[in-house]
Design a protein around this ligand. Sequence first.
Ligand code: FES
Length: 121
Amino acid sequence: MTNTTEPSDRLDVAEEQSVTLEFTRFCELSAVPEGSKRARKINGTMVLVVHTKGKLYAVQNLCSHQDKFLHTGRVRNCRITCPLHGAQFDLATGKATCLPATKPIPTYEVRVVDDWVEVAV
Ligand code: FES
């Protein structure tokens, strides 16, 4: 079977996908300075924003091992460690990088608009 999708069709799909992201204000940028993290619920989802190495990351604030909060976990090298059993997650991809967790955690798009951190959940 051949692919009949034209390049312009692919562009339309990409534009459509970017339009469907709905960002919600999370907090003022000054409330999450470099080296800190902040958690809150958005649209029923526990979200954790981490500011590290000059970049903002947004992940689900629940460990995939036993659904414990991650916001008190230590952040190092763009990974967060679950405070309960020590699982680690890559903040950019959500991938579990250390046992006992084997499943990833969700990650969310994050941006700054007018000094507000916004997250697409
Ligand atoms: S609850 Fe996070 S590692 Fe067990």
